[in-house]
Design a protein around this ligand. Sequence first.
Ligand code: BDR
Ligand code: CA
Length: 308
Amino acid sequence: KQKIILDCDPGHDDAVAIMLAGSSPAIEVLGITIVAGNQTLEKTTINALNVCQHLGLDIPVFSGCDRPMIRERKIADDIHGETGLDGTHFDPLTKKAENKHAVQFIIDRLMASDGDITLVSTGPLTNYAMALRLEPAITTKIKQFVLMGGSYQLGNVTSAAEFNIIADADAAHVVFTSGRKVVMIGLDVTRKVLCYPSIVERMGKADNKASKLFVDLMNFYNHSQKEVFGWDGGPLHDPVTIAYLIDPSVVTAKAMYTEIDIRSTQSYGRTNCDYFGYLKKESNSYVGIDIDVDKFWNIIEDGIKMYK
Ligand code: BDR
Ligand code: CA
């Protein structure tokens, strides 16, 4: 089993990432750590707790940083709504967040490990960056980062930048310069897994608590993605990180040097991926460049069917 910490900001696609990681026999989720991103920290924490409770996942949830390291907070309520998980219906919440800050949990868990923990991120990278700054000794304990963020082509907040990176570009800079392996699953691949109505219908057929949640999530998400970007199926960004861990062959990745733009005005938050190796620098990232779309949806379907 691969041990992971899942840092996220649920968020419709984050919720599906939790669903997929929570049911996979290949993955052990040591903890879910929460960051502000798609909505405020208070809301993203409640959302993660609701998803875990609904799916019967006994995973500890830790609330973390409520804003980026330096910049002003940006939320994505145009895509995820007022609650951050609009369109869902949950029973009254009884599951509680742990009484420890997410950053402290990340540090303590890594320090107690044999270096076998993968840090997955599907939101802004604030918690991981803060952990690296607070306790640099965790660096060599990190097996790898697997993150959804960035793009070597176009962004989705500006033409240059993707949401998770621009939301805390300084934190992304800390992670990409940490010296640990970073697998970057960016928009270049996640925009190929569009959750068309036919996919929603297919997943709904499992007819269990996970499939019902998936359908509610995607119906709202597809609607807002259509409003903002005009396509009929929203890109299911975040679960690609988990699908990659379950079966790395689902994503084709290329080693390259990536630098976060934290200086310019026009292209702030861009992941400058040196695809062609102009800079002749040692690679610090494996950037997703393609995805096996059929395989991805099969992994999602298998994950949903694991629930009773
Ligand atoms: C990323 O931004 C968020 O809105 C999604 O949850 C995803 O993590 C895509 O740019
Ligand atoms: Ca997210």
